[in-house]
Design a binder for this molecule. Structure first.
Ligand SMILES: Nc1nc2c(ncn2[C@@H]2O[C@H](COP(=O)(O)OP(=O)(O)O)[C@@H](O)[C@H]2O)c(=O)[nH]1
Ligand SMILES: [Mg+2]
Length: 372
């Protein structure tokens, strides 16, 4: 049994509770970057009600968004989340219960999950009834803050230093982007100066080993493999031995995609973990589960099953570029509190980002109210 995967989620869940938007005491707009284009534009277009104090000054700033933030937004702005929210505030600029009902529907449709969406919206509704929000920009600022608070506890980057080799086992169902993510990670960690090695543990599909080898060649990273139908646990065991003898810093092991209904393959994962522990009782140091960001709520049951079998310690959510709904990230954060290590925002080697809660939320919120 892995020592740390039980503790981390519990700690993260406690943190998530603390950060619950329902109990957050921050005033409307707290923590909102003054440069947020959504707010700038919303402020310009939506007049404050005459009988309330305009809360505008603190949001308006002339500076442009930082380039890094802009690139998150470029990748995420096609999401249903982003488009539907933008359209909502154009259609319905007035602050009332109907607006919040529509907001709730949009969050649910974007895969945020029913419970998380209801919690978020009811917390906002209470505050609206207490007249904490003077206008739509103030409501948007509070929504942004609530979304960021939901994700901040799971923004925990992966620390690969201190154990050598640091063993990362990559798991998940078929086609979610495991091998691609491994290629991207190899590139990232190699560029950071680590000696990286890959283990071709997907012995199930004929093309899988070739695909991993191609990523290895592209990034000048060695790949340990055996013939097709080799035993995955033995490939990964051999790879760890080789990595040790060659002074490798980080070993990343690929595995075959599998469903919980495939009992044999699920058992294989347990076996992989057991044989790694024979060489290093602390290995694997990270069990990274890859989730396809377009999957929807099914992602929740996937994580539940893999966590039981393989002791998942971190998540990667891929394919958030394009028209992914994006909301599944919030649902996962709320349900498990597992660290979200990285997100995939495209297919090339540099399209893997360390997860940043605020940048992600700003990327999802529409850039302008008018163009949703
Ligand atoms: N758009 C996009 N495509 C991705 C991303 N990650 C993986 N893919 C694509 O998803 C498909 C399946 O990826 P693969 O790594 O083979 O999945 P595996 O079966 O889990 O190993 C490939 O076509 C990848 O290029 C991502 O972040 N964005
Ligand atoms: Mg694969």
């Amino acid at each position: 049994m892995l020592k740390f995967w039980k503790k981390k989620p519990a700690a993260a869940q406690a943190a998530a509770k603390q950060a619950n938007p329902a109990t957050a005491e921050a005033p409307a707009g707290a923590g909102v970057p003054e440069s947020h284009p959504l707010l700038r534009e919303a402020l310009a277009e939506i007049p404050s009600p005459a009988d309330t104090q305009p809360q505008t000054e603190r949001f308006v700033a002339p500076t442009a968004a930082a380039p890094a933030r802009r690139s998150w937004r470029e990748r995420l702005s096609a999401s249903a989340f982003s488009r539907n929210l933008g359209a909502l505030f154009v259609r319905h600029p007035k602050l009332d219960d109907d607006l919040l009902d529509e907001l709730e529907t949009i969050l649910i449709t974007a895969d945020v999950g029913v419970e998380a969406s209801t919690e978020l919206v009811e917390a906002l509704r209470k505050r609206m009834h207490k007249r904490e929000f003077a206008d739509a920009p103030a409501l948007l600022a509070a929504l942004r803050q609530a979304l960021v608070s939901l994700l901040e506890p799971v923004q925990q980057s992966l620390q690969v230093e201190g154990r050598k080799p640091f063993v990362t086992l990559v798991v998940g169902i078929n086609g979610v982007g495991k091998t691609t993510t491994i290629g991207k990670l190899a590139r990232r960690w190699r560029d950071e100066g680590h000696a990286v090695m890959l283990a071709a543990g997907d012995t199930f599909r004929a093309a899988a080993v070739e695909q991993l080898k191609a990523w290895g060649e592209r990034n000048q990273v060695p790949v340990i493999s055996q013939g097709q139908d080799a035993d995955a646990a033995s490939v990964i065991f051999d790879a760890l031995q080789t990595a040790r003898s060659r002074g490798i810093d980080i070993l990343i092991a690929d595995t075959a995609g599998r469903l919980h209904t495939q009992g044999g393959l699920m058992d294989e994962l347990g076996k992989i973990v057991r044989v790694l522990k024979k060489l290093d009782p602390d290995a694997p140091h990270e069990v990274l589960m890859v989730i396809d960001g377009t999957t929807g709520q099914n992602a929740i049951s996937q994580v539940r099953q893999f966590r039981q079998i393989a002791g998942v310690t971190g998540l990667v959510v891929t394919k958030l570029d394009g028209t992914a709904k994006g909301g599944v990230v919030f649902a996962l954060a709320r349900e498990f509190g597992l660290p979200i290590r990285f997100v995939g925002l495209g297919e090339t080697a540099t399209d893997l980002r360390s997860f940043e809660a605020a940048a992600f939320v700003d990327g999802l919120l529409p850039e302008s109210v008018g163009r949703g």
